[in-house]
Design a protein around this ligand. Structure first.
Ligand SMILES: Cc1ncc(COP(=O)(O)O)c(C=O)c1O
Length: 418
C-alpha cells in the first residue's frame, strides 16, 4: 500500500493529533509562541487525565491501583528512553530543565575543584549559565565566558579553542539559540572539549521542539530538554553519560543511591502522572510515522528521527516564507536571514516601535507571539537591546503551523508598520 506514503509532512494530519485545533472557535488562532511551550498532543493529555482520574496513588504500592500506576510511570520512562535510543539508567526526569541544570551543577561540586576552569556561553538561556556562575563562585573556580559576536549573536569555534586549557573541567553550551535560532555544531564542539579531557553539557531546550534530539550521535556528557516544549507534559529530560555520572555526587536520598542509577540525580519527588503521560509521545510519533510511511518494524528511535526530519523540513518552508515577507520591514532580525543551519525561531528588534505594541496588535488579530528577553538576558544585552523588558518579539514556529498562518502573520506585520 503506497497511498499513505507522503514525501512531505502532512500538517493537517498532525493537527488532528491536537485537541486545540479541533475546537471550532479557537482554530483561527495562529499560535507562534511555541518556544514558550507547545500544545500537548491529545494522547499525552489523555494519559495524564486517566492517571489523575483513576490511578493517582503511590506508584508500586501493593494493591492493584498502585501496581497500575507504577507500570504507567515506568512505561513513561521506558518510552522516552526508546524515543531517544538511550538506556533508562542514563535519563533523569525532573520538573524542568532549569531544575535539572541546578541539580547537575550542585552534583559537580566535588568533581570540579578550586582553580579548575569552566566555560559558559553568552548565547545561552540563563538556565544554563546561572547555575555554573553560582558553582564557580562557591568553589572558587575560574569562570570563562565564550563570547558571541555582538552583531550576529553567533559563537565562533576559534574563540572556544582560545579558551580551552588543560585546566578546563566543563563546557556548557546551547544546542541552538532560543533567540537567533542558529544551530551550534555540537559534535564538533564535543570533540574539541574532550581533547582537553573536559565534560560537555548541552542545553537542547530550544533545539528539541524542531528536531527530536539524536543525543547518541552528539557524543556529549550531558544533554537536557523540556517535554512541555515537545508536545508533552511539563518535565525536564536530562541525559548523563555513565562516565560523567561516575564523577558526580548523588543528589538523591542516601538510601536510594544503590537502587536505580536514574535516581542518583533525582532530587525531588516527581509528578507521577506527568511522567506516565510521556508514554503518549511514543504513540504520537508512532501514529505520525504510520500515517506518513505505513507499517514499519523500525524502532521508536528511528521513527521519531524520520518524522522529525519531515517536521523540520516543513518548518523550514514556513520560516523561509516568513523571512521573505519581513525582509523590507523596519526591523532588525537577530540572526541569519536564511534557513540554513537554523531553526524556525525568529527574534526581531523593532526600529522605532515598541515590541509590546506589536504583540497587542497581533493579539487582537488572533495571532499569538510574545516579547521580552526570554531569559537570554546576556545575549540580548550584548547585541545592543537597550530596553530588555520590552525586548524583542519572538516568532517561533512549530510543525503544526501552516503556510496560511504564516501568510496571515506576514500580512499583519506589514499592516502594523504601514
Ligand atoms: C533555551 C532554553 N533553555 C532552558 C530553558 C529552561 O527550561 P525550563 O523551563 O524547562 O526550566 C528554556 C526555557 O524557555 C529555554 O528556552
Amino acid at each position: 500500500m503506497m497511498n499513505n506514503v507522503f514525501k512531505t509532512f502532512d500538517v493537517n494530519y498532525a493537527r488532528s493529533q491536537f485537541s486545540f485545533f479541533q475546537l471550532k472557535d479557537q482554530a483561527d488562532i495562529a499560535f507562534f509562541d511555541n518556544a514558550a511551550g507547545t500544545f500537548p498532543c491529545k494522547v499525552v493529555v489523555e494519559l495524564l487525565s486517566q492517571f489523575y482520574l483513576y490511578n493517582k496513588v503511590q506508584p508500586h504500592s501493593l494493591n492493584a491501583l498502585g501496581q497500575s500506576s507504577g507500570e504507567q510511570m515506568d512505561n513513561g520512562r521506558t518510552v522516552i528512553s526508546q524515543l531517544l535510543g538511550l538506556t533508562e539508567e542514563s535519563i533523569t526526569l525532573g520538573a524542568s530543565t532549569t531544575q535539572n541544570f541546578n541539580t547537575l551543577s550542585i552534583a559537580c561540586s566535588e568533581f570540579i575543584k578550586e582553580d579548575d576552569e569552566i566555560i559558559v556561553t553568552e548565547q545561552d538561556h540563563e538556565s544554563n549559565i546561572g547555575c555554573w556562575v553560582r558553582l564557580a563562585k562557591q568553589n572558587k573556580l575560574k569562570l570563562k565566558f565564550w563570547q558571541v559576536n555582538a552583531k550576529s549573536g553567533e559563537l565562533d569555534l576559534a574563540d572556544l579553542d582560545a579558551l580551552l586549557t588543560e585546566n578546563t573541567k566543563l563546557v556548557s553550551v546551547t544546542h541552538s539559540s532560543n533567540i537567533i535560532g542558529s544551530i551550534n555544531p555540537i559534535r564538533e564542539i564535543a570533540d574539541k572539549v574532550h581533547k582537553f579531557g573536559a565534560k560537555i553539557v548541552v542545553d537542547g531546550v530550544s533545539f528539541a521542539p524542531h528536531s527530536w534530539p539524536d543525543i547518541v550521535s552528539y557524543g556529549v556528557d550531558a544533554y537536557c530538554f523540556s517535554t512541555y516544549k515537545t508536545y508533552g507534559t511539563h518535565n525536564g529530560v536530562m541525559y548523563i553519560s555513565p562516565d560523567f555520572m561516575s564523577e558526580l555526587t548523588p543528589q538523591c536520598h542516601f538510601f536510594n543511591e544503590n537502587t536505580k542509577a536514574w535516581k542518583l540525580l533525582d532530587s525531588s519527588g516527581p509528578d507521577h502522572a506527568s511522567i506516565a503521560a510521556l508514554a503518549g509521545l511514543g504513540q504520537f510519533f508512532n501514529t505520525l510515522h504510520l500515517h506518513h510511511f505505513g507499517n514499519s518494524d523500525k524502532s521508536l528511535y528511528e521513527k521519531s528521527q524520520e518524522i522529525s526530519r519531515l517536521m523540520h523540513h516543513h518548518e523550514n518552508e514556513l520560516g523561509a516564507l516568513l523571512l521573505e515577507g519581513i525582509k523590507d520591514l523596519p526591523v532588525r532580525l537577530l540572526g541569519k536571514m536564511d534557513m540554513e543551519n537554523r531553526e524556525a525561531n525568529f527574534s526581531l528588534q523593532l526600529l522605532g516601535k515598541k515590541s509590546l505594541d506589536l504583540c497587542e496588535f497581533l493579539g487582537k488579530r488572533d495571532i499569538a507571539i510574545s516579547n521580552g528577553h526570554f531569559y537570554a538576558y546576556r545575549l540580548l544585552e550584548k547585541m545592543g537591546i537597550e530596553d530588555l523588558e520590552d525586548g524583542v518579539i519572538r516568532i517561533s514556529i512549530a510543525h503544526y503551523n501552516t503556510l496560511d498562518e504564516v501568510k496571515r502573520l506576514v500580512g499583519a506585520l506589514r499592516d502594523f508598520f504601514d
